[in-house]
Design a protein around this ligand. Structure first.
Ligand code: GLA
Length: 324
């Protein structure tokens, strides 16, 4: 049954948060974007503003303007805010390339970064993606600058440093391709199991759920969620979008997409996942339009609102699933 309530109202009435990744420029410039965010979503994730590259123009400085704008907007509109992401191999600062550091200097840099960023938002950010994508597609630990300098211990330290500054925040490990039960999620599961064994303060796991071309089977997502929960971890869907391979969208693409969103919300409700964040608001803002490799491979309309900011069938499907 169509609802005259907003998605946010429907979701909140059953203790569920539907969120969106937020772009700082759109937030500043576009009133209709702000309205959609405030009315329809109760959880915000800065899409880029808290990544190390944008935050660290030089080795000794921070630029918090975009992150502050998004975090303050979230607070003003009573949403939760997810900090994304403290440690990642992508979107590192440009000056990193030419920095001739020792392992010890890199460790000190990372510690200071985590302490400063988590400390600044101690009262305003509820959850952090502390480490993003540490596991490679073949299930081994990804070889990153952090791994090369510190080994797997970089993951432990990052969680410990974040926890030192804000013991109240929920601290997540976040990854893609680990949504259903598969080789990669097995490896993520094993990593989290080791972290917990070592007493690392990790609270949960974020499943990104970029459903691109191949959409993970909902029953298998449910099984995967449950095994993480059995480790004592919270599970959230942190970056959802749904696209077809380019040139292969069927005539009823928007309905099929809506069905998939509905199935995933049903999995959340069944398993007790209480947060689902979509990676953007309007299709026109999606990273799938602007990342060249991806824009050639996938359809560019993966979200709940269309280019003109109108709700799509997927929007209604999510709302209906949450109303049932
Ligand atoms: C990953 C990252 C996100 C975003 C997306 C799409 O999933 O976690 O921050 O960059 O890729 O670009």
């Amino acid at each position: 049954m169509p609802s005259d309530r907003t998605l946010r109202e429907v979701a909140e009435s059953r203790g569920f948060d539907v969120g969106a990744a937020v772009d700082a420029d759109s937030l500043r410039r576009d009133a209709s974007y702000r309205t959609r965010l405030a009315e329809e979503f109760s959880a915000l994730t800065p899409e880029n503003a808290l990544k190390m590259g944008p935050l660290r123009p030089t080795p000794d400085t921070y630029d918090f303007r975009d992150a502050d704008a998004i975090v303050n907007f979230g607070r003003a509109n009573d949403t939760t805010v997810r900090g994304h992401a403290l440690v990642w191999h992508n979107q590192t600062p440009d000056w990193f390339q030419s920095w001739d550091y020792t392992d010890d200097q890199l460790r000190t840099f990372l510690r200071e970064h985590v302490h400063t960023v988590v400390g600044r938002y101690r009262r305003t950010v509820d959850a952090w993606d502390v480490v993003n994508e540490a596991v490679a597609d073949d299930g081994t630990m990804r070889e990153t600058v952090w791994y090369d300098a510190m080994g797997e211990a970089y993951v432990d330290r990052a969680f410990e440093w974040a926890n030192e500054v804000n013991p109240d925040a929920d601290l997540y490990y976040n990854d893609y391709g680990a949504d259903a039960v598969n080789g990669k999620s097995d490896a993520v599961y094993d990593l989290l199991d080791r972290l917990l064994d070592r007493g690392v303060p990790v609270d949960g796991v974020g499943l990104q759920l970029h459903a691109l071309g191949e959409w993970p089977d909902p029953a298998s997502i449910a099984e995967n969620v449950r095994r993480f929960q059995e480790l004592g971890l919270d599970v959230q869907i942190t970056e959802m979008d749904v696209a077809f391979p380019a040139g292969e969208a069927p005539d009823d693409a928007l309905e099929r997409q809506a069905e998939y969103y509905r199935d995933v919300v049903d999995v959340c409700l069944e398993t007790g996942v209480d947060t689902l964040v979509t990676w953007g608001v309007r299709d026109a803002d999606s990273w799938l339009r602007s990342f060249r490799d991806f824009s050639e491979r996938f359809t560019g309309d993966p979200l709940l609102f269309d280019d003109r900011n109108r709700p799509k069938p997927a929007y209604r499907a999510v709302s209906e699933a949450l109303s049932e």
